[in-house]
Design a binder for this molecule. Structure first.
Ligand code: GCU
Length: 839
């Protein structure tokens, strides 16, 4: 018995215990004895010079991380200060002035038997510790000495769009970790865990409430709650910030006005700011959304954004606080008949004349593109126009327009593409990254903000792969020059281990994913083509047109694309510095990837890649969906090397994504086929010999319904069951051979309908419609958000076999079915691109 136990104990570290993803990339997984050998001579005592919470936190983290990875104890020396025991130690030290290190930086050096982590300040020490732990976790040697690693910019913040009621705007991973029922949660343990994750990637500021700020945000009782959040974040070197509503002086302060030039208003802000600092001495400052999407703003009094920002900035200044004023100001009641109207112009039009008019502690927070986080947008021209104003770029980690953490889309390549874009201000090199670092125009502040929206889901963002976006954002904010390949490689090793096959496969999947998503949603710069006036998830092509929101792409029978040229269009391109404007203005030089953002062209226009626009739309959608169909099989090959919990979760999501990519492909292609009237040269679009439409099958209880938008169901129709006892469809197979049968159905969240598929009366598959779908807000319709698919294992069919599909509705889910598709097993057929395997 003892021998068995011993054997089990020896095997245990090798078995793959289930992991719930809560640790993110900070798993500190045990290294093999062989790998650990390389670190055998490391000191086991950690001595820490500073006595702040951050220093203690750094020391504890180092002890915990090393003990966990190397399997023997590391301990923090009991007394703060220099190592008096004279045993070899990790020495966590603060740099002296002579060391001349940039703020928040760190470096490593060996001193005799000691290993020193030298921080420019306490944050620098903490960041050094996390970096050292990362080196060990990814099996890299600890260097004898390094030069200082310093962040690219002082502002490296995350915004959360959490509401006081506990919901999260555009959050896809459960409810708020900060708020519930109108106030700050009692249990803030996840806040501290989140702070730790953020600190490990160098984040130093966190805005915890929605930019669409609750009007009660600055009420005294709410401030008491925010103080508790700040206390949880402080040990991780993270300063709390708040989104505020500009009408607060009126709503909270009961003044008659919120006019920023009114002295009573200025006095109210001053008093309120002072109060905040008595509670939260390291308060970081305010984020402001005003005159945008219905939020009140200075335009109400005919004042400028600069006047509004400055009234907040002045009292913050003496406390070291800043204002991040958002450049996302536009009119969402534009006249779509007006061919000169253009939402993309708004940022520049609203702000460029204000350059130089802001207080020095005001920073303009500008979304990277001029519209709203579409799958691809050019860089906003506003960045090049504000040469006397500090700026941050706003990125979106939460995948609002990029698959809402049900699709894997690694966004770092997209962000790098934007950050590397050279705006050519003053006819010289001014890439976006250097502008926001403050380097291009010599600004003192600047940096990076990203909207993360983690939630109560144990693994923070729902899709295990989505954590790479949070991690990658922090890495880019520290060093925007770091290659995407390096970032994902480190993340994968930290998250899934160092096995070469695992690392190779996951790195490749992640790096391909943005292009794949772009291909099966909105290529050529057209916009994501999602339902833009709804939940921004599935296809909703026409929704962008004919309304005031201005995400138009102006498709008609002849052509497609927004004419933003100076010559004949909205003039938007003229907002760029001349050298870049010239590239976009000319069809000869405008890159294909941005063509439809910049130009209106006939469908028959030939791209630089030789395809016509319409054929490219068709092809890219087939390519994208086919690429996604490979994710699950590639992932399956890693089964022996991934813990079961995360393995199954990712597999399920990859199957789902493959099915939903087909929904996207067909909806977009059908829409463009219908409007252009031009057939697909390869005869795939609207031609599905493999399909059997549900409405054409013999129905028992099922009734045919029209689906809107029409292109989100095959043939525009589906069937629904309203009988509590269930309904069925049947038909003769009409073909022989081995097939996987794909059932395209609709999964509504309020109910778990059940399906059974039978051949000649014998069940071959049964499943429940319980995909964990976004959107956060419930979609109760049959459409492109709810359409999903189930694919069977191969079955042998003979002509005349009877196929029966039984549906059992549940709650508000009517067990609706769109079509069945017969996919020859083994070989790729038209629809195939689809072939997902049995779940
Ligand atoms: C988008 C998003 C909104 C958000 C807004 C903003 O429009 O859909 O939910 O409030 O951006 O960034 O302010």
């Amino acid at each position: 018995m003892r021998r068995v136990l011993l054997l089990l104990a020896m095997l245990l570290p090798l078995s793959l215990a289930a992991e719930d993803g809560h640790a993110g990339w900070l798993r500190y997984a045990r290294l093999s004895a062989q790998d650990a050998q390389a670190y055998a001579s490391l000191p086991q005592i950690i001595s820490v010079e500073g006595s702040s919470q951050v220093d203690r936190c750094a020391a504890q983290e180092l002890a915990h991380g090393l003990s966990s990875m190397l399997g023997h104890p590391f301990a923090v020396a009991p007394t703060a200060g220099r190592n008096t025991a004279h045993a070899p130690a990790f020495d966590l030290r603060l740099a002296s002035r002579n060391d001349a290190m940039p703020p928040e930086s760190y470096r490593f050096k060996r001193e005799g038997n000691d290993y020193v982590i030298l921080g420019a300040d306490t944050r620098g020490v903490l960041y050094g510790v996390f970096h050292l732990l990362e080196l060990v976790a990814t099996l890299q040697p600890l260097p004898k000495s390094t030069t200082a690693s310093a962040p690219a910019a002082p502002i490296r913040w995350v915004n959360q769009w959490d509401n006081l009621d506990g919901s999260i705007e555009r959050g896809y991973a459960g409810r708020s970790i900060f708020f519930d029922g109108g106030k700050v949660r009692d249990d803030l343990s996840r806040v501290s865990d989140y702070g730790r994750l953020l600190a490990s990637i160098g984040i130093n500021g966190l805005t915890v409430n929605n930019v669409n700020a609750d009007l009660r945000t600055l009420e005294p009782e709410e401030l008491a709650g925010f103080t508790r959040i700040a206390d949880e974040l402080r040990p991780w070197g993270i300063r709390l910030s708040l989104s505020i509503d500009l009408s607060s002086p009126e709503v909270v302060g009961h003044l008659k006005t919120f006019d920023p030039l009114d002295p009573a208003v200025a006095a109210w802000w001053s008093k309120t700011v002072d109060e905040i600092y008595t509670r939260i001495p390291d308060f970081a400052g305010f984020v402001v959304k005003a005159d945008s999407e219905g939020r009140p703003g200075p335009s109400h009094y005919d004042r400028t954004p600069a006047e509004a920002a400055n009234v907040l900035a002045r009292p913050l200044q003496k406390h070291g606080g800043i204002v991040l004023y958002r450049g996302f100001v536009y009119n969402h009641h534009l006249d779509w008949h007006d061919l000169k109207a253009d939402r993309a112009r708004a940022g520049y039009d609203n702000f460029h004349a204000l350059d130089g008019k802001f207080e020095p502690n005001v920073v303009l927070q500008i979304k990277h593109g001029p519209i709203d986080f579409q799958v691809r947008e050019p860089v906003s021209p506003l960045f090049a126009a504000m040469r006397h104003t500090s700026q941050t770029v706003e990125l979106e980690i939460t995948q609002e327009y990029t698959g809402q953490q049900r699709h894997m889309v690694f966004l770092v390549p997209m962000w790098k593409w934007a950050l590397d874009t050279d705006l050519r201000a003053e006819n010289r090199s001014t890439p976006l990254k250097e502008i926001v670092e403050g380097r291009s125009f010599h600004q003192p502040l600047g940096g990076f903000v990203a909207v993360a929206n983690v939630g109560m889901d144990t693994n923070w963002l729902h899709h295990p792969m989505a954590m790479a976006n949070l991690y990658g954002y922090g890495r880019l904010a520290w060093n925007p020059d770091e290659p995407a390949e390096k970032i994902i490689d480190t993340w994968t090793r930290l998250t899934f281990g160092n096995k070469p096959e695992v690392v190779r496969t996951i790195d490749a999947l992640q790096l391909e994913s943005w292009r794949d998503y772009e291909n099966y949603t909105g290529p050529l710069g057209i916009g994501t083509l999602t339902d833009i006036i709804g939940v921004h998830y599935g296809p909703g092509v026409g929704s962008a047109e004919n309304n005031g929101w201005g995400q138009w792409f102006r498709a008609d029978r002849q052509g497609v694309g927004m004419d933003r040229t100076v010559a004949t269009g909205t003039g938007y391109i003229g907002q760029y510095p001349p050298q870049l404007a010239a590239i976009y203005e000319s069809l000869k030089t405008c890159p294909d990837d941005l063509l439809l953002f910049m130009h209106h062209v006939p469908y028959t226009y030939r791209l630089h890649n030789g395809d016509t626009v319409i054929q490219h739309i068709y092809n890219s959608h087939y390519e994208g969906a086919a690429a996604v169909a490979t994710y699950a099989p590639r992932w399956l090959a890693l089964k022996p090397d991934i813990d079961p919990e995360r393995f199954e979760k990712v597999l399920e999501l990859f199957h789902y994504q493959a099915g939903h990519a087909i929904v996207w492909r067909d909806a977009v292609n059908t829409w463009f086929h219908t409007i252009s009237g031009i057939p697909d040269e390869l005869h795939r679009v609207d031609n599905f010999p493999d399909r059997m439409e549900a409405e054409s099958m013999q129905a028992d209880g099922y009734r045919t319904v029209a689906v809107t938008p029409i292109e989100t169901a095959s043939g525009g129709h589906a069937v629904e069951c309203e009988q509590g006892s269930g309904c069925s469809l049947s038909a003769k197979a009409g073909r022989s051979g081995e097939y996987r049968i794909a059932v395209q159905y609709f999964d509504l969240r309020e109910g778990n309908a059940h399906f059974t598929l039978l051949v000649n009366g014998a069940p071959i598959a049964a499943w429940t419609a319980d995909d964990t779908l976004p959107p956060a807000s419930n979609d109760l319709k049959l459409d492109g958000h709810t359409s999903t698919r189930y694919t069977t294992m191969p079955v042998l069919l003979h002509p005349g076999d009877t196929i029966t599909l039984r549906g059992m509705p549940d709650g508000k889910d009517p067990a609706a079915i769109d079509y069945l598709s017969f996919l020859p097993a083994g070989k790729q057929a038209t629809d195939t691109a689809s072939a997902t395997t049995m779940r």
